[in-house]
Design a protein around this ligand. Sequence first.
Ligand code: ZN
Length: 150
Amino acid sequence: MSDLRELYQEVILDHNKKPRNCGRLETANRMAEGFNPLCGDRITLYLKMNGDVIEDVSFEGKGCAISTASASLMTSAIKGKTIPEAETLFDSFHGLVTGHDCPVDAVTHIGKLAVFGGVREFPARVKCATLAWHTLKSALEGKIDAVTTE
Ligand code: ZN
């Protein structure tokens, strides 16, 4: 388990250092902003929707390692997915990090996102890990108001 933990930490540190899909997406047709006042994490999420499909996605943000790595991994995970697929991922991820209602197959289902499983032991960090996801939900729903995790 400790090896696994180290591996997980490596993934998070790597994504924090070299965030994927980072920067403004000029072709975006949806965007949303998220803010986690507890930690000070901020994120702007850009989506390029083609019908039901998330054709492209990027984010800009300023926050802690967990929030940045989470946004980086999330954008990698949802690119090319449909809205229902992204919503299923949201539910699995949320279940994983909160420890509630975690589907048995969640870990295989969400792949690399499983690195955030350890976050549930740190309730204050759950909001860092889920910020990007709440922002995604807001962007998919087409809301223009900024979301906060409060
Ligand atoms: Zn944070």
